[in-house]
Ligand binder design. Structure first.
Ligand SMILES: Cc1ncc(COP(=O)(O)O)c(C=O)c1O
Length: 301
């Protein structure tokens, strides 16, 4: 999974985005240097998958946006239906910019709300207008080879803050964490806090043991991915036992299967951890069933 690098804003694509009430090209979008998102990372975001032109699990993403904003003591500046309208507009404009039909490219809609513009002071200012930004891009799902063979991950201590449940734009901890795996030519960094699994830099992590799917509790130490609820639903309908509880490092190292979930990875098998095989070293049967369930959920959305 490569990053796309630009040396200046002038090289950004002409694809459309939405900023504070207006549609403009990504290349032309501007915010104030005093935006608290820029100064403090004082904002929240969402990443919503779009399949065949349709927003996937949009209501759940909106609910999480509300929760994150609530943690920042902010109100949602838009109604959920307004967010939907903007997202659908962008999906269609983005397809137009690529000269394809809206349903032809799977996309990711990125939503960001920052507290807004104020002179620099840590204290949260009241009554300022939030900055609202939305863009969309082409989804880059796992490659067929990654699906077939699974991916490599590394482990690390979870050195992030203790409010990982907020989908905050201040992501330096996640950037540091992800870089560790990138440097090791791996896809994710699986993190542990005091010897217990938390999550990966930008994914939730699941353990399969004896046919059961184990996930970590939905507390302040992990972001509750939208795929949390989805995994539970798929397990219920397919008869896979499901449990959320603390999971030790020893249990992760002894897993039959290890899985990542996120908006882009969907369900992805981890087949080596710190260079050692996980279970059989191949994507396992529970991963296959969950992935099939995921594809069904997409088709029914
Ligand atoms: C830290 C972290 N955990 C988990 C996830 C997975 O969340 P979701 O399933 O909503 O994509 C993400 C997604 O970006 C993340 O950044």
């Amino acid at each position: 999974m490569q990053t796309t690098q630009f040396s200046s804003a002038a090289q950004l694509p002409m694809t459309p985005c939405y900023l504070n009430g207006e549609y403009t090209a990504l290349r032309d979008a501007r915010i104030s240097v005093m935006d608290r998102g820029f100064i403090f990372g004082d904002g929240v975001y969402e990443v919503v998958p779009v399949y065949a032109g349709k927003l996937f699990r949009f209501a759940q993403h909106m609910a999480r946006l509300d929760r994150s904003l609530g943690e920042l003591r902010m109100n949602n500046p838009l109604a959920h239906e307004q967010w939907r309208e903007i997202a659908l507009q962008l999906i269609s404009r983005y397809a137009q910019s690529l000269a394809v039909q809206p349903g032809q490219t799977d996309q990711l809609v990125y939503i960001q709300v920052t507290r807004g513009v104020a002179m620099r002071d840590h204290v949260m200012p009241k009554d300022i207008a939030p900055t609202v930004f939305v863009m969309t891009s082409t989804m880059k799902p796992p490659t067929p080879e990654q699906r077939d063979k699974g991916v490599a991950c590394v482990t690390a201590d979870d050195f992030r803050w203790e409010k990982a449940h907020i989908k905050a734009t201040s992501l330096l901890g996640a950037v540091f964490s992800r870089q560790l795996s990138f440097d090791a030519d791996a896809v994710e960094t699986v993190m542990f806090r005091h010897g217990f699994l938390s999550e990966a830099a930008a994914s939730n992590v699941w353990v399969v043991k004896g046919g059961k799917l184990l996930g970590t509790p939905k507390d302040n130490l992990v972001l509750e991915g939208i795929r949390y609820g989805l995994m539970e639903e798929i397990c219920r309908t397919t008869g896979i036992p499901f449990e959320l509880r603390r999971i030790s490092l020893a249990e992760v190292l002894d897993a039959d299967e290890l899985l990542l979930t996120s908006a882009t990875k969907e369900v992805l098998a981890v087949t080596t951890l710190d260079g050692k095989p996980v279970g059989s070293g191949r994507p396992g049967p529970v991963c296959a069933r969950l992935l099939a369930g995921y594809q069904m959920a997409k088709a029914q959305a």
